[in-house]
Write a protein that binds this ligand. Sequence first.
Ligand code: UDP
Length: 381
Amino acid sequence: MTDHAPPSPPKVLLIFGTRPEAIKLFPVVRALQAAGGMQVVTCVTAQHRGLLDQVLAIAGIVPDVDLDLMEPGQTLDRLTARLLTGLGEVMDAHRPDRVIVQGDTATAMTGALAAYYRKIPVAHVEAGLRSGDIYHPWPEEVNRRIVAPIADLHFAPTDTAATALARENVTAGVHVTGNTVIDALLWTRERIAAVPALAAELDPVAKRFADKRIVLVTTHRRENFGDGMAGIARAIGRIADRDDVAVIFPMHPNPNVGAVMDAILGERANVARIAPLDYPHFIRALGMCDLALTDSGGVQEEAPSLGKPVLVMRETTERPEGIAAGTARLVGTDPDRIVSEVFTLLDDNAAHARMARAHNPFGDGRASARIARIINDRMAR
Ligand code: UDP
């Protein structure tokens, strides 16, 4: 009686490959599932294996498809080719009605391209970020520019991002939703408050540095590898020369980070160089610190929600909202500049207070619900 069989619900495929994509998409997966009326399929490419798995486990997501494409030391060419082929095959097998990608990775770019080759509509979460410089961040600036003309739904986190899209003549299907990272942060903070054991592995570090001012450091950007990383290592050493300061430094597993830190920074009593933290532990560390010193994009967005100043070790940022709101400052990778900006925030209470306003220009924690509603409406048409 196929004439009377109920139509199957529309199928939406979410693709993610790295830790930040998992952090920023897990709230969207949850919101789409809560909205109902859609078949939600998740595919991980595992461009970052370990870091991605940590986030999925905490969010309770078991991916429907796992391409496991991580290969140590693979070139961008090879990664891109494997992603494009692998994701195309997933789309042929699952035949989604819509594909959702996030951000600016090779996974997002190839996911959009494979969907385009099959004329499947694409929604882009965190659309419209632009630094204006194709080599900073590299290759992310071009990855996200490639997604823009393909997508028919663009979830811009801020008005600034929507304006950047308009400059490229992308105006249809643009929705300013806030950044889903704030949803992830608030959800995780609530989980830690309910179940402190989720972040309890930081107890020894918290105890060890109980009487110190804490600087939280993360660095992993490709454009900082080499001289930039050496400058960062020297700066951390000089910050750690102060007895009243401690550095918590969850180190990205990329060997370009660890080798330079070993050579220049070495072991220091008040520097905790630790393995990358899973998301609840990282959010606890962010809550513990006096300021964050980072080249990460996500940390720039999260820190203002916890009232933490962010010093950004880059020359440009595609997240000017934090600079405009006064919660972030660009400091590059010159050690003199980094050290002087860190010491100003540690020693000048008024300067710290000006940057520590707990106002977040990046979102209000409801971005995923907005995105799910818009996608639901669009797919019901
Ligand atoms: N993060 C984490 N553990 C860490 C360091 C960072 O969970 O040890 C989180 C952080 O909260 C943010 C995201 O990872 O949400 C940022 O990822 P990353 O810096 O790798 O990438 P970017 O944001 O620069 O794309």
